[in-house]
Each structure stands twice: as C-alpha cells, then as structure tokens.
Design a protein around this ligand. Structure first.
Ligand code: SF4
Length: 483
C-alpha cells in the first residue's frame, strides 16, 4: 500500500478526501472541475518554465512506475548530478505503507551522506506567492524520505515561489507535524475508518467527490450545510450534542456565547440559521431591519458584474444590466475585451455607460466590483471625478442581505440565494471559474462559442442580482418570509 505526496496533501485539507481517493467508489466521482484542470495546467507550465532556466536531469523511467523512478533517482544521486527534476523517493512507513514522494527538484549541496561529501535538498516549485502550511508539510515529507534514501539529513527544504522568492522551510518545526499526520493518515487508511462528511467552500468546491458528499450531507441534514457552522464550531456543537438542525434551532444562544468560537453574535446567528432552515422561510433581523427604508430603488437601476482572469491580471468583461422601471425595459450591456489589450477601452466604455445614467444606483454582489473599479482607476490613471463619485452609487446586495435577513440557504453566495428564489442559470452548474477557463479557450482557439458562454453566464449573474435585490426590497417592506 502506498502513501504518496498526493494522499498526504489531501489528508491535510480533508481527511474524507484522502479516504475516498484511497477506497471510495470511483463511479461516484465527478469529472475534475474545469477550473482545477486550468490551475493544474498553469502550474505545470510554470514549473516547466522555471526548470528550463537551470540545468537538470530527469530520471529515465516509465511514467507511473514509482519503483523504477526511485531506483533511477538513486542512481543519479550516486553519480552526484547537480539537479534532478521529478525524482522519486521511497521508504517504508507506518502501518505497512510504503511512503512515496516526488519533489520537483533535488539540488546537490556540500555535506555528508552515504554517497560521499555531498547531499541533496528537496525543492518544490509553486505557482502561488505564499508558503502555505500544506506546502511546507509536503516539503518536510520530501526531506524525511530523502534522509532515509541518501543517509544524511537535508539541512532544509525549499519552496520556490511565484515571484522567484525562495522560502526555506523550518524542518525542526514541520517534521514533527508531518510525522503526526503521516501516522494518522496511515492508521485511517489501514482501518478504513470513514471520516464524517463536512461541506465547506474550501476545499469542497474543487473536489471530485462534491456531488457524492453533498448528497450525503443533504440526506442527513448535516449542520455543515448551515452558513456559519465552521469545522471548529461544529466540534463545539458536537461536544454539546447539538448535531441536528432541530437541536440547534431549539438551543439557547446563551449556552454557546461563552465559547470564543461563538462570540460576537455568532451564537445567535447560527441558532437563527438553524431556525430558518427548519421552517424553510426567511427571517428579518429586527435589530437591523429598521434601516431597510434606505434600501435604494430608482427609476433607472444598473446591475453590475465583472469577469476577470487572475493569472493574466486582466478584467475582460464589465456586464451591466440597465433596468428602466418607467420605460419597462431591461438592456444588458456586455463590455467585453476580445483581446487582453482591450482592457483599457472597456474600462472607458464602462465609465461612459454609468455616467450616461448619473442618478442610477449600481447594484453588485460582494465587494469585488468596488475593489476592481479602484484598481482599474489606478491602472489607467483615471481622473478622480470620473470614478470616485461612483463609489457612493455602489450598493452591495450581499451586504444588505446578510445584514437584514436570515435565509434557509446553504450559503450566502449569489448562486445559492438566487436558486432558492427559483432562478436558473442557463449554463447550469457553471461558476466564475468556468468563465476564466472559457476566456482562456477563446484566446487559444478564437471560437466564439466560448465568448457566447461567458456573456450569457455574466448576464445571468446580473439578472440574478436584480432578482435578489427586488426580493429583498419587497421582503423588507412587507417582511413576507417566503422564497
Ligand atoms: S467534497 Fe468536501 S467533504 Fe467531500 S471529500 Fe471532497 S473536500 Fe472532503
């Protein structure tokens, strides 16, 4: 039985993921999310570009044959080559497992090892800018196996981060943490102890077991489906035997409030969330609802949603839905950069459009649009009078919903709320990640199908924001409570 880098990586993020990958029913796996495939592709390209700048040798072995890879890597280390790319390390582990790791690079350094007066240190090449803890644990895993293979401890392990910065992992700190995880993981896998499901946006949104886990969580009305119930709060609720929606809905917030996890009004929030789920109806937050009268409604309203490509640091679409209540018209304006060089032009088109309706509030969902407008203004040195007054016209519908109502939804994301109100996206289960993938595919192929997919997805986001805003305005004025 193998315990690989990949298994250990997933075990850190979700124990259930490691378990299902090891012995779950593969028929229940979803296809890999498109956005994840794009991230993997970008990451691979970055790794290739990084090693292209340095001399290196790859072990000569058939793909997927870890034993042949380990033996070819050992041979290269014995020869003392300077850098080994995609080497394989293997050693015996706990519970009868063989531990296998594949550091991106093994770099030769002066030192003592079974080979002579040199040894190797492991280095992983990361697309990210931060030395995340799970990367460091994996680096410690490489270092541990390397010690066993070369007969000498590597003094450190490196993470080569995106901005060409090298982060040196503190092995004295990370090795004990890594050993504990390896032991726990091996024991779980050998005993086949299935971890409880727990749905959370991260890491579930990029997991191929999401449909299967969501079905289980829904069937069992798992508390992780309630917004605000995080893993650490769930552990506390379990300690109080509050593990069902019914039990939590009937709990006194005062019982939870002394625990730091439920401080600052969280206790009331999660109990109310359970009550809303149990009754399947919205509740107004009476302490904040009096402000509802200031929720803007205007003859002309704009609904705004941005699509961007983070890898290219590019905003490629400003979608604006103009609602004219008097004329009873709804016009969608897709301001699209067909090429990255069009970003400045569509920014100008956006400014022209919003200033053509100088009194219209600009509704959006979450803070991203506001932050992006500020960034674009800076990037294109836009005069302050063209963008600064806009900020006071922006209205964050998400902020209004969460401040004034409790809804029977599994999250306060636009998709969950609008679907609860009956809205359907034409693109089914697509999300913002799909738009990024579609835009990359458009740039690669020139196929207009991908642009059409982006525009209809973005228009639906704007229309969904409009629906949620209208529902909230009506709810706050009449406090109706149904979806
Ligand atoms: S969907 Fe979530 S809970 Fe299920 S295995 Fe994946 S990460 Fe874990």
């Amino acid at each position: 039985m193998l315990l690989t880098t990949e298994v250990l990586f997933h075990f850190q993020r979700c124990r259930r993921r490691a378990f299902l990958d090891f012995c779950g029913d593969t028929n229940q796996r979803d296809p890999e999310p498109e956005f994840l495939l794009k991230l993997q592709k970008d990451s691979w390209a970055h790794r290739q570009a990084t090693v292209a700048e340095m001399t290196h040798i790859k072990p000569d072995c058939p793909p997927g044959d870890w034993a042949a890879g380990a033996s070819a890597t050992l041979e290269l280390m014995r020869r003392g080559v300077e850098r080994i790319y995609m080497g394989v390390l293997a050693a015996s582990g706990p519970e009868g497992f063989t531990l296998v790791s594949c550091p991106d690079l093994l770099v030769k350094q002066p030192g003592e090892s079974g080979f002579g007066d040199w040894l190797y240190v492991p280095a992983d090449i990361k697309l990210g800018r931060r030395p995340k803890l799970d990367y460091q644990i994996i680096a410690a895993f490489h270092a541990f196996l390397l010690e066993s293979v070369q007969g000498g401890s590597p003094p450190t392990a490196a993470l080569l981060l995106r901005d060409k910065r090298t982060y040196w992992v503190n092995l004295a700190q990370r090795l004990p943490q890594m050993h504990k995880l390896v032991r726990e993981c091996a024991e779980m896998l050998r005993r086949r102890t299935e971890p409880e499901v727990f749905i959370s946006r991260h890491p579930c949104s990029l997991c191929h077991w999401l449909s299967s886990c969501t079905s289980l969580a829904t069937a069992t009305k798992h508390l992780s489906l309630l917004p605000g119930v995080t893993q650490s709060r769930y552990e506390k609720l379990r300690g109080l035997n509050l593990t069902s929606v019914e039990a939590l809905a009937g709990a006194e917030p005062a019982v939870l409030e002394p625990m730091p996890e439920f401080a600052g009004g969280v206790a009331r929030q999660v109990v109310r969330q359970a009550q809303a789920a149990l009754q399947n109806r919205a509740q107004a937050l009476i302490e904040t609802a009096p402000n509802a009268g200031s929720f803007p409604t205007a003859p002309v309203e704009l609904y705004f949603d941005i699509e961007a490509e983070p890898e290219l640091d590019l905003v490629f679409l400003h979608g604006v839905l103009a609602i004219d209540r008097h004329a009873k018209t709804q016009t969608f304006h897709p301001l699209l950069a067909k090429q990255p060089s069009d970003e400045g032009a569509i920014w100008q088109q956006f400014l022209d459009l919003v200033w053509a309706h100088p009194d219209a509030p600009v509704f959006h969902f979450c803070d991203y649009e506001v932050q992006t407008v500020k960034q674009l203004a800076k990037r294109y040195r836009t005069p302050a009078h063209l963008w600064l007054p806009l900020l006071s016209r922006f209205v964050d519908v998400h902020e209004w919903v969460t401040r004034t109502a409790v809804l029977p939804v599994d999250s306060y994301a636009l998709k969950s709320i609008a679907r609860w109100l009956g809205f359907q996206w034409r693109a089914g289960a697509a999300n913002g990640g799909h738009c990024v993938v579609w835009y990359d595919q458009w740039l690669e192929t020139g196929n207009p199908f991908f642009l059409d997919a982006i525009l209809s997805y973005n228009e639906d986001d704007c229309r969904a924001t409009h629906l949620v805003k209208d529902w909230l305005a009506s709810f706050l004025s009449g406090n109706r409570g149904e979806g």
